[in-house]
Ligand binder design. Structure first.
Ligand SMILES: NC(=O)c1ccc[n+]([C@@H]2O[C@H](COP(=O)([O-])OP(=O)(O)OC[C@H]3O[C@@H](n4cnc5c(N)ncnc54)[C@H](OP(=O)(O)O)[C@@H]3O)[C@@H](O)[C@H]2O)c1
Length: 341
């Protein structure tokens, strides 16, 4: 493929919430695949809160930081347009980790995390579902509840950022398994969505007051499992509300991401007093469960039991605004950028 294409690079490391000027749209020559490589025309890319963490410099035990002046990355799907490897042919659909650009040059084999994976696209399963319910995001909600928090019969479950991508799927999975579910989110519209569209038993807007009091009102008898997407005041509230031997899946701490350090709960002694289990995780640590998860998710989708709300931005130029909007809580469901022209 000849010509040029766009990519979004890190122009400056943000201080606090990212701004448009932290990103630069650059035009580059479309790369030519060498032996063992393939060229993919990206059609959709995922917007993820973790991108904000990776925009900071410095070493951390988390994913590698982005380099200044280099393209950002996130999950993407697209169509193979050129291939110099027998593993892929033009017309194949793949999911891979090189979003934030119109064309991605990938090595067919190599690091497991970076290798492209073939995806099955059909009338019921659009390619972008592999950035939502059939993706790492879906796996995160599934293993977070079932494996990490060891969800048990009759558990009362509290999920924060419940109207977001991971949260809304976690709510739906817990409801499909018959649990009482409490969801929190940042607006009245989201609370209505949680109650009316997802079937949350109780939902509250954390901006309406003290999170601890709001949670106590929603779950006066306490909770057994907390699926933590937020950290900070939400984690503190959950530690108060958890019953004996309750479990917390530490999935994310978005209330920290625009700060340069993470804030721990001031009431961690609850973990001692109530014999709680707090377990952090990253979905790739459970990649062995991906096939089983996808089978179950596909069957729920085919039976019409899962909704997957999306907030879609159009064009790579909109990707920075999409991330800024997500961190500001302007999305319901999965934030995606359509790269189809
Ligand atoms: N462990 C893993 O492998 C893994 C994988 C994927 C994602 N995650 C984590 O899961 C969480 C959700 O990710 P996602 O991709 O599904 O994003 P998302 O929930 O679709 O979007 C982020 C949401 O977080 C909420 N939020 C932002 N700032 C907040 C604050 N200060 N306090 C409370 N809520 C705030 C906003 O909704 P409101 O209007 O409700 O504020 C926003 O819509 C993140 O913490 C992410 O890092 C973890």
């Amino acid at each position: 493929v000849d010509g040029t294409a766009l990519e979004v690079r890190l122009a400056a490391r943000p201080v606090g919430p990212p701004r448009e000027s932290d990103f630069a749209l650059s035009e580059t020559a479309i790369p030519q695949p060498a032996d063992g490589e393939l060229l993919v025309r990206n059609t959709w890319m995922s917007i993820d809160p973790s991108t904000r963490i990776r925009m900071n410099g410095g070493d951390s035990s988390y994913m590698p930081a982005f380099e200044l002046g280099r393209s950002l990355e996130s999950s993407a799907v697209g169509e193979v347009v050129e291939s110099r490897t027998p593993d892929f042919k033009p017309g194949d659909w793949v999911a891979h980790p090189l979003g934030w650009r119109q064309y991605a040059l990938l090595r067919a084999v190599g690091s497991r995390a970076r290798a492209p994976k073939q995806i099955e696209v059909d009338a019921h399963t659009p390619a972008r579902a592999y950035l939502g319910p059939l993706s790492w995001v879906g796996l995160t909600s599934y293993v977070g509840l079932l494996t990490v928090a060891e969800l048990r019969e009759n558990d009362v479950v509290f999920i924060s950022a419940a109207a977001g991508a991971v949260g809304n799927l976690a709510v739906q999975i817990a409801k499909l398994r018959g649990h009482t579910v409490i969801g929190s989110a940042g607006s009245t519209a989201k609370v209505r969505f949680l109650r009316e569209e997802l079937g949350c038993d109780h939902a509250f807007c954390y901006r309406d007051g003290d999170v601890g009091e709001l949670l106590r009102a929603a779950a006066p008898d306490g909770i057994d499992v907390y699926f933590d997407n937020v950290g900070g005041d939400h984690l503190e509230a959950a530690l108060e509300a958890l019953r004996l031997r309750g479990r917390v899946a530490l999935c994310g701490a978005i209330s920290d991401y625009n700060r340069d350090r993470s804030v721990g709960p001031g009431n961690l002694f609850n973990a001692v007093a109530k014999g709680l289990t707090l377990r952090g995780f990253l979905a790739p640590m459970y990649s062995r469960e991906m096939d089983a998860f996808r089978r179950e998710m596909r069957s729920w989708m085919a039976a019409g039991k899962i909704v997957y709300p999306e907030t879609v931005f159009h064009g790579l130029e909109q990707a920075p605004s999409a991330l800024i909007a997500q961190l500001a809580g302007e999305n319901i469901g999965k934030v995606l950028v359509s790269l189809e022209t």
